[in-house]
Design a protein around this ligand. Sequence first.
Ligand code: SAH
Ligand code: SF4
Length: 352
Amino acid sequence: MTLPSLTSVGHDELTRWLAARGHARFRSDQVWGWLLRGVGFEAMDGVPKTLRDELAAAFRMSSLTLEKEVVADQGLTTKMLYGLDGGYSVEAVVMRYPSRITLCISSQVGCPIGCPFCATGQGPFGRNLRSHEIVEQALDADRRLAAEGRRLSHVVFMGMGEPLNNYQAVVDSVRQMADPDLLGISPRRMVISTSGLVPGIGRLLGEGLSATLAISLHAARNDLRDVLVPVNRKYPLEELIPAAREFAVVTGRRVSYEWVLLAGVNDTDRDADELLELIDTHQSHINVIPFNPVDGSPYRAPSRKRVMEFAARVRKGGLNVTVRDTRGRDGDAACGQLRARSLATVPLEVTL
Ligand code: SAH
Ligand code: SF4
């Protein structure tokens, strides 16, 4: 039988568990403090040996096991591959910037949406992550960063999976990561990226969480989006765009629209003009991401020139546009499996 991790149990439950065994409240705070610092039971200074043994017999420190770690971009980017219960693996990517550190996090093993250009979508779907498995990715990142004297400041749900397809666990994980007793990261510093599950967007609005919403748009006409983001057949643009707009109006926050540029597919002037036609210039931001090539994929990245022309046309039409560089460190909008690909093509330093 696998033991529950301390994060899955929670601080309050740990307090009750300890109280039931006659331990004082301060023991719970002490153990929790060591957990946050990633100190294993055997090394928990100040906690009596008998209690450490009791804890070790009942709990695990984390349900994730680090399977692989890859460092790139001269140490600015670290990708971790974690093993989960049941034999699955997911990845998370730490991206260091001068003024912030962003973790790109996974919410599912694989992804059932099946976008044809996406490595995750082309693989088999495994399972949903539980909220503590999402939180533990962030906890682990924060502990590693503590060793560098830094803290995790931002979280983007842009790793493996469709977050709104694992709704409750994702929302619970946002609340847990925001809890000052765990990481204290404001939801304003978290981005939930979705392929466009319209009911989930409405539900998220009702949570009052103030997380940023990113919509993976990639096409501004239904016939093309039906192919690139197959869930569009269920929730077409005429439903998705009003839902995103409502999110922006009610929260007062800009919605990000992701546009992965695929050569000859969605990078033409016509595509740019359709995008301008579809999206309000107010309360929106376009992230143009040059396609990061995936082995065996029929899709290709456009030339740098075409990327810049596309972005310039959209900007000229009045939209806020950022071009993300998937190869360098400016990869906020394109991590997860994409980073995996890009990291695999640059000189690597592999540990473990
Ligand atoms: N499933 C969610 C979040 C994870 S994907 C979503 O689709 O929004 C995060 C972003 O990476 C999405 O915008 C996705 O379209 C993009 N992406 C996927 N594969 C890519 C690739 N090969 N190159 C560049 N961006 C990619
Ligand atoms: Fe899933 Fe997002 Fe990849 Fe589409 S792009 S298959 S929604 S992870």
